[in-house]
Design a protein around this ligand. Structure first.
Ligand SMILES: CC(=O)SCCNC(=O)CCNC(=O)[C@H](O)C(C)(C)COP(=O)(O)OP(=O)(O)OC[C@H]1O[C@@H](n2cnc3c(N)ncnc32)[C@H](O)[C@@H]1OP(=O)(O)O
Length: 394
């Protein structure tokens, strides 16, 4: 078996192989996969030329704490034919892909995991979390007052580049958010509202008429409003949009998908129990490919010093790094001094964006603290004002 890169000419065989791995038929592919970057695709091919595995990567930008925007390779379309599983095909593709990311100078990779048992062995750890909030309309009276601005309802097809511009403004300020490259919007790739699926879009505008948020939603039977995503530049806009949805006549409940863990809505309702949380799960998984570069790239809000002993079995590497933060700037160098924490690179990926407290992983037995104050020290350093959140599907 060998791994080879793909070109645009491989599109059909790539999509066909990937769909077979997922036990689906390529006819249903439609526009969903139209944004594939086939110069970043991989095919695993048997000695007799049969394609048996696929993997690809998107060239995203990821927002780090401190509103720092950096490149990140988004792994996608990973599949191995059911007839060829558990023979190392995925492992071979991952080795090839990780080496290729490094050759390109990429220092971060991200993915959405179909199953939680697959990617830790390749150095990825869950780093952002998402949940669903279901609110019955008749129990949704708000404790707080109304916000300013205006709301207009459009059809998805009428929105032009408006959604793209609002999303871009939002994602640059939200740690954990990914870019949605222009071609995704122009091709209608991915899931609503990037895709051209029929959707109502409520656009929020500020007092000056500038769009600063939107919700994409549709009615699901019998009388539920399903909200694909809420994109808002601040909490006030997000609240105005939530209010708008919850004031719909003839609706019994609103299901807000992809809410961040710090969504304030439950606290805004008079009846705290009206907001029912469900579907609490991991979303973006992060993999550091260059520890010092990744740690110096993100913003830091607390001064401190921490020595991390990082094991990276997938790449056969182990390194000890001293992270020193002064005035929001980090320095990270290799060191021989005693570590504060020892951890796997996948756990560093979980901690990196500030969405998983190091002390939680110490308590879970995943991360080793070498002295009693080490976990609290790491918590204080990695903590961010808001947890990271990602709602882009890829
Ligand atoms: C980012 C994304 O695209 S997510 C989508 C991932 N794809 C899918 O879920 C599609 C359906 N599944 C598949 O195509 C395949 O089962 C894959 C891609 C998940 C795994 O491919 P394989 O070629 O079988 O993996 P490979 O043989 O390299 O396995 C490597 C190791 O991971 C383990 N592993 C692989 N898949 C799984 C799994 N789903 N659950 C638990 N362990 C797994 C193997 O047991 C093996 O462990 P070992 O090294 O201790 O023996």
């Amino acid at each position: 078996m060998k791994i080879r890169s793909t070109t645009a000419e491989d599109r059909d065989v790539f999509v066909d192989t990937m769909f077979t791995a997922f036990a689906r038929f390529p006819e249903t592919a439609g526009e969903t996969w139209s944004a594939l970057e086939l110069d970043r695709g991989l095919l695993a091919v048997t000695e007799d030329g049969r394609p048996v595995g696929t993997a690809a990567a998107y060239s995203f930008e990821l927002t780090l704490p401190g509103e720092v925007v950096v490149p990140a390779a988004g792994v996608t379309a990973v599949g191995v034919l059911p007839s060829h599983r558990r023979r190392g095909v995925l492992s071979a593709m991952m080795r090839y892909q990780l080496a290729e990311f490094r050759e390109r100078g990429e220092f971060l990779s991200v993915l959405l995991a179909s199953e939680a048992l697959i990617y830790r062995r390749f150095g990825y750890g869950p780093a952002t979390y998402t949940r669903r909030l279901t609110v019955p309309r008749h129990r949704a009276s708000f404790a707080a007052g109304a916000a300013g601005g205006s709301i207009e309802v459009l059809r998805r097809a009428e929105c032009g580049e408006l959604l793209e511009a609002v999303y871009d403004r939002y994602r640059r300020a939200r740690p954990g958010a990914l870019s949605r490259p222009h071609r995704w919007w122009s091709l209608g790739a991915g899931q609503p509202p990037i895709s051209r699926a029929s959707r109502h879009i409520a656009v929020h505008r500020d007092a000056g008429g500038v769009p600063d948020g939107y919700v994409s939603y549709s009615l699901t039977e019998p009388s539920t409003l399903a909200v694909d995503e809420t994109i808002a530049v601040d909490d006030e806009v997000s609240t105005a949009l939530a209010r708008f949805l919850l004031e719909h006549d003839l609706i019994t409940e609103v299901v807000f998908k992809h809410c961040p863990p710090d969504h304030p809505l439950r606290w805004q309702l008079e009846d705290f129990r009206a907001g029912e949380v469900g579907g609490d799960t991991d979303w973006l998984w992060v993999r550091l490919l260059d520890v010092p570069r990744a740690l110096t790239a993100r913003g830091w809000s607390t001064d401190g010093e921490l020595v991390l002993d990082v094991d990276d079995p997938a790449l056969g590497e182990r390194g000890r790094y001293r992270l020193s933060v002064r005035g929001g700037e980090a320095e990270c160098v290799t060191t021989d001094t005693e570590p504060d924490l020892s951890l796997d690179v996948s756990d560093l990926g979980s901690i990196y964006l500030g969405g998983t407290a190091p002390s939680l992983l110490v308590r879970a037995g995943r991360v080793r603290a070498h002295h009693p104050g080490a976990a609290a020290l790491a918590d204080a350093l990695f903590r961010t004002e808001r947890p990271p959140h990602c709602l882009h599907w890829f």
